[in-house]
Write a protein that binds this ligand. Structure first.
Ligand code: AR6
Length: 178
């Protein structure tokens, strides 16, 4: 199957999606926060934080662009992949590259854990203020690039919470398929 036919777009709450792995836009402490991170911990329950604490004890958190995996707790998906997006600082601090690393490393971790379906939120586009249009392009380009080099992933769902992101992704994916 063509890489871009494996990409789906949905608008809504990522905690309600059923896939092998849901990606969380976390922070480097891995100890929870607001936005999608708060929603995932609330929906999945304390087992997620328990595993995050064990990871912190082992490796001391998660660097920007990197990813770690835990249970999804009570959610219907199997795993949560926590990745740390860059804080937008004007674009001169390798923010693009760091955001691409989030998508790349999350997909690799999914593959390493035999996950065939994965859902991404719009990493860094909330509290971390990454411009939504640039972030969407990086997300779609990076996911397409990884999918074109592997047959291990069957489906990638971009889950947009807000209308603005949904429209941006819709346009980008239409262009890709044209
Ligand atoms: N489902 C899907 N997307 C959501 C949901 C949800 N339930 N809730 C919010 N979003 P943000 P960041 C969207 O701020 O910018 C946290 O406190 C939201 O509309 O969650 O990467 C962490 O602990 C936006 O488009 O993450 C970090 O400290 C996108 O998710 C920090 O925020 C990301 O917004 C990370 O900031």
């Amino acid at each position: 199957m063509e890489a871009n036919n494996k990409i789906e777009l949905q608008q809504g709450d990522i905690t309600k999606i059923i896939v092998d792995a849901i990606v969380n836009a976390a922070n480097s402490s891995l100890l929870g926060g607001g936005g999608v991170d708060g929603a995932i911990h609330r929906a999945g329950g304390p087992a997620i934080l328990g595993e995050c604490r064990a990871i912190v004890a082992r490796q001391g958190g998660c660097k920007t662009g990197e990813a770690v995996i835990t249970t999804a707790g009570r959610m219907l998906s199997k795993y949560v992949i926590h990745t740390v997006g860059p804080v937008w600082n004007g674009g001169k601090y390798h923010e693009d590259e760091k955001l691409a690393n989030c998508y790349r490393n999350s997909l690799q971790l999914a593959i390493d854990n035999n996950c065939r379906t994965i859902a991404f939120p719009n990493i860094s586009t909330g509290v971390y203020r990454f411009p939504k249009d640039a972030a969407a392009k990086i997300a779609v380009d990076t996911v397409n690039y990884v999918l074109s080099g592997t047959d291990k992933i069957e489906k990638v769902v971009f889950v947009c919470f807000d209308e603005e992101n949904y429209k941006l992704y819709e346009n980008l994916l239409t262009t890709y398929r044209a």
